[in-house]
Design a protein around this ligand. Structure first.
Ligand code: PEP
Ligand code: MN
Length: 299
């Protein structure tokens, strides 16, 4: 165990693990994240149409997903790319929840969108590009919904937890010292170009040691290609992630965003089917939950 860890992170007192505090369970609609189950959130990168979303929702629910993902407001690196359906997309997400019972996770990109998105979402997503948008974090902290905080693509874990602490400080006292935040490792930018991002798999056990928050993995944005997604998903299960968020599309090659990394229904089904032995490995491993070797810090 790296003795620096506790000293480095304990200043983020609302989200850090500074002793033997129980891990935080986040409630998103009818789903508990961090309570022991491996929670899978799946769906298209962007909501494109009613039939695309509803077909996907039904299929991923039948394969074992508990939550539906889908962007209505899309952060795109090109101003010419599809920016999302906005309010119409949110309404389709609500309809999909009514029809399938899946809880909804979707992104709010700006402070102005937060109240609107909060009317429709069970879990508010902060995208990698927004991790350091402190005005957005402040607004999200007060919106009354739990938050999925994605790691900035060039953020250290310390910076990641700093943003989580920022959110936690803005959350109302009624969370009883249990800020409703889920951390998401989605791959970071490194010198490697063979994959879209580099999945920092060690971030999962480190974050689960130094923080009380649940941690999930996004193998889709880490890989950038669909063939790698099930393999990274297995890694996420083995290292003790509390779940994952995965992109799935009825016809990935026609997707308006992130088609190359989106799974077909069949591939998603098979990936879910193959996951159990990996979850069993995690549960059987000795000392599968890393412990802090040192309490208190020098900061
Ligand atoms: C997404 O989930 O589709 C997305 C844009 O993710 P990220 O912010 O991690 O790139
Ligand atoms: Mn995407």
């Amino acid at each position: 165990m790296n003795p620096k860890w506790n000293g480095q992170f304990s200043c983020f007192d609302l989200v850090a693990q500074t002793g033997d505090c129980a891990p935080i369970v986040v409630r998103a609609g009818n789903v508990k994240i961090g309570g022991g189950d491996f929670v899978v959130m799946a769906g298209p990168c962007a909501v494109e149409s009613e039939s695309q979303l509803l077909r996907t929702a039904e299929s991923v629910a039948a394969s074992g997903a508990r939550m539906l993902r889908g962007g209505a407001f899309k952060p795109r690196s090109s101003p010419y790319a599809f920016q999302g359906l906005g309010l119409e997309g949110l309404k389709l997400l609500r309809k999909a929840r009514e029809e399938t019972g899946l809880a909804i996770v979707t992104e709010a990109m700006s402070e102005e969108d937060v109240d609107l998105v909060a009317e429709y979402a069970d879990l508010m997503q902060v995208g990698t590009r927004s991790m350091e948008n402190y005005a957005l974090l402040e607004k999200l902290g007060g919106c009354g919904r739990p938050v999925l905080l994605k790691r900035g693509m060039t953020a250290t874990l310390e910076e990641f937890l700093r943003s989580a602490q920022f959110l936690a400080m803005a959350m109302p006292k009624k969370t009883n010292g249990n800020p409703q935040i889920v951390l998401c490792e989605r791959g970071i930018r490194t010198f490697e170009t063979a994959t879209r991002n580099t999945l920092d798999i060690a971030a999962v056990p480190v974050l689960k040691t130094v923080s009380r928050l649940p941690v999930i993995v996004d193998p889709s944005h880490a890989a950038g290609v669909r063939s790698l997604v099930p393999i990274l998903a297995r890694a996420a299960a083995v290292v003790g992630a509390d779940g994952m968020i995965v992109e799935v599309h009825p016809s990935p090659d026609q997707a308006m965003s992130d088609g190359a990394q989106s799974l077909t229904f069949r591939q998603f089904h098979d990936m879910m089917d193959d996951l159990d032995p990996y979850l069993a490995i995690r549960d059987a491993a000795r000392q599968s939950a890393p412990q802090l070797s040192m309490v208190g810090g020098t900061d």
